[in-house]
Write a protein that binds this ligand. Sequence first.
Ligand SMILES: [Fe+2]
Ligand SMILES: [Fe+2]
Length: 162
Amino acid sequence: MINYSEFLYTHSIDVAMISLILAGEMKYHDDMQWNIGIGAFLHDIGKVFLPDLGIHESGSRNENDKLYLQEHCKIGANSLKIFDFSDVCLDIVLHHHGKTEKSGEISKEAQIVMIADAFDNLTSEQMNRSAYTIEEAIDILKMDEKKYPQNLLLMLERIFSV
Ligand SMILES: [Fe+2]
Ligand SMILES: [Fe+2]
């Protein structure tokens, strides 16, 4: 079993790689791919400022878990504001679990990272369960049509199916 910070580090790299593969497939320009890759790598940076409460990003959630998920997005985006990161990076960090505001669509770039994040969480071993296979993970994501755009999931399926 790996510890929390090790998981966070490898998870960040995984999410950046998966997001970049999707962004490449979507034919984003190099500078936008750079922004998506950096935003994806830093998406969970807010967790560094919060204690490890053993809350994982997938699975059922109570109100405390939901609050924690919202907070790490806000703290992460705020912590990056003093640096010279693009608006795209900040938007990805803030919205990678959906809108923190009540309504509205999240950007395509945040959607890419949201899917990459959920996919990596599902295909990784967690404290309360073993890892899902790639096929199982995609099937689970497909069940939440409102949250995960089907065209991105089909792309993910095409890329990762062997
Ligand atoms: Fe997160
Ligand atoms: Fe994450």
